[in-house]
Design a protein around this ligand. Structure first.
Ligand code: XMP
Length: 522
């Protein structure tokens, strides 16, 4: 296994906070909120040893919530020693109950689940609640509650059904809240987190994307100076930003390989080439492999086979090109923080099953892998992209699946079908943009359904293709709602598609959420 170049920001940040993951659904959200307070933070699983936590020198620790009850045999627990590190701890929901349980308090199960917006009374003399409204709304989601607080603690908030909505032992720097401060519905949630970080942990809160960009470029320059690096560039946000960071660090020692598999959207290949080769003057190899991919996909109807073929062929083309370049030391990948956490770093359920490149094999002979965005969330990647001068439309580009239009043409793929889909998709995207909806809809595209139906054009009967339009709103792409696009926008798109795209006589709009449907049709 090629080693990953250590680009974890801890090395270059002077303060960091740990989010210890007990399996809560809001784990990444907590980390996001901490970073919104300009404090760098990392997520580690609850199994991380106390020694490791001590060594990393965090300024504070936050325990996440989790679905378990502390009395379950199998419930996630950490060592009590964590409270003796002299580092402030904030327990949230399950994390609060665990703190109570480990320190000798009692947790009990209630008959009713307290769920949703809850009027809560705060003791604002607590540093955690400085500036918080004495009576304000919090977001609760729990059945168990802290029935007896541990010795040395005092109750600092309560609600009708929750005698201990918060507790603390400020002499030891231990704080616990039953509600979720990270969720928007908690009125003063961000202030509470900020109080914990600044007033309790004493963080300076000076983490900024601009300092990330500068320090990362300097670090990459120092570590990789004189090395040859290649990067698979797809034109998506992550690989584009990763490549540009590296380009700023090592210039022409970076070569980007852009495999055009012929399954891209209208004009996409040329745009990638224009931006990266001409605007940024990068070493870019565009491999026009359309025929190769189409030949291998001929008559293939099964979606999973399509994906597999495209993944394999991609690696083959990439390897061939890499070999032509002679000795290469590093492979650059656009892996971002949610990928790292979802692939097993954290304790949360592993759901993700999609991979862009499908794993470039180690035997290509790289010394190592460099992933400069490993510690960033998507919106942070976008901010770095904007700072590096990547055009707005590229930075805000919606996600596009690695197998491209192949999974948006149901059934076998032909050049004619690709042409129809490209045109229809381009019109839909144009109309969404004309209506100013690009940033409010997270993904939107056209699908060639494979259904033909009867229509009439002029006096002629037609028997032509049906295009489906798909648009969703989502924050994580794991679940999604269909976008309630204004009817006029849909009407305009439908009109234009049937008028301008030959071979289409019907347009339908997909009104299914995920689940039960997926976002893509294949
Ligand atoms: P689904 O269709 O599973 O998609 O709801 C969720 C998100 O993942 C994208 N997607 C893919 N991305 N390779 C990728 O790189 C794939 O094979 C793939 N399949 C789906 C999809 O566009 C959506 O954003």
């Amino acid at each position: 296994m090629a080693k990953i170049l250590e680009t974890k920001s801890l090395k270059i940040q002077n303060e960091a906070v740990l989010v210890l993951d007990f399996g809560g659904q809001y784990c990444q959200l907590i980390a996001r909120r901490v970073r919104d307070c300009n404090v760098y933070c990392e997520i580690l699983p609850y199994t991380t040893s106390v020694e490791e936590i001590r060594e990393r020198g965090y300024k504070g620790i936050i325990f996440t919530g989790g679905p378990n009850s502390v009395y379950d045999e199998a419930s996630p627990r950490c060592s009590k020693e964590i409270f003796e590190l002299g580092v402030p701890v904030l327990g949230i929901c399950y994390g609060a109950q665990l703190m109570s349980y480990l320190l000798g308090g009692e947790v009990a199960s209630s008959n009713v689940k307290e769920y949703g917006k809850t009027q809560t009374q705060f003791d604002c003399t607590s540093s955690l609640f400085a500036g918080v409204k004495e009576s304000s709304i919090t977001w609760m989601s729990h059945t168990d509650y802290i029935a007896k607080i541990p010795e040395g603690f005092r109750v600092t908030a309560y609600s009708d059904h929750c005698p201990t909505a918060a507790m603390e032992d400020d002499s030891r720097g231990l704080y616990a809240v039953q509600f979720h401060p990270e969720v928007e519905h908690t009125e003063c949630g961000q202030m509470i987190l900020q109080n914990f970080l600044k007033k309790v942990c004493g963080c300076k809160a000076d983490w900024e994307m601009s300092s990330f960009t500068e320090t990362t470029i300097a670090y990459l320059k120092e570590q990789l100076g004189g090395s040859k690096v290649i990067c698979a560039l797809s034109g998506g946000v992550d690989s584009s930003v990763a490549a540009l960071l590296l380009h700023r660090a090592i210039g022409k020692d970076l070569t980007c390989i852009f495999v055009d598999h012929g399954l891209l959207r209208k004009n996409e290949g040329d745009e990638v080439e224009r931006v990266f080769r001409h605007q940024f003057d990068m070493n870019l190899i565009r491999v026009n492999a359309q025929d190769r991919f189409l030949n291998r996909l001929k008559d293939v109807e099964d979606p999973e086979r399509k994906r597999k073929i495209i993944g394999e062929e991609f690696i083959r083309v990439f390897e061939e090109e890499a070999k032509k370049l002679g000795e290469i030391n590093y492979l650059c990948q656009g892996t971002i923080y949610p990928d790292v956490v979802e692939s097993g770093n954290g304790a949360s359920a592993v759901i993700k099953s999609h991979h862009n490149v499908g794993g470039i094999p180690d035997d290509v002979g790289f010394v190592g892998i460099v992933e400069p965005l490993r510690s960033l969330f998507k919106d942070e990647v976008r901010r770095v992209g904007l700072e590096l001068g990547i055009p707005d439309y590229l930075v805000w580009r919606q996600p596009f699946p690695g197998p491209g239009l192949a999974v948006r043409i149901l059934g076998a793929i032909t050049p004619e079908k690709l042409e129809i889909l490209r045109e229809a998709d381009s019109i839909f995207r144009e109309e969404v943009a004309n209506a100013g909806l690009e940033k409010s809809i997270n993904q939107y595209f056209a699908v060639l359904t494979g259904i033909r139906s009867v229509g009439v054009m002029g006096d002629e009967r037609t028997y032509d293709n049906t295009i489906a339009l798909r648009a969703v709103t989502t924050s994580d792409f794991m679940t999604a709602d269909w976008a309630h696009i204004p009817h006029e926008v849909l009407a305009k798109a439908s009109n234009r598609i049937t008028n301008e795209v030959r071979g289409v006589n019907r347009v339908v709009y997909d009104i299914t959420s995920k689940p039960p449907a997926t976002i893509e049709w294949e």
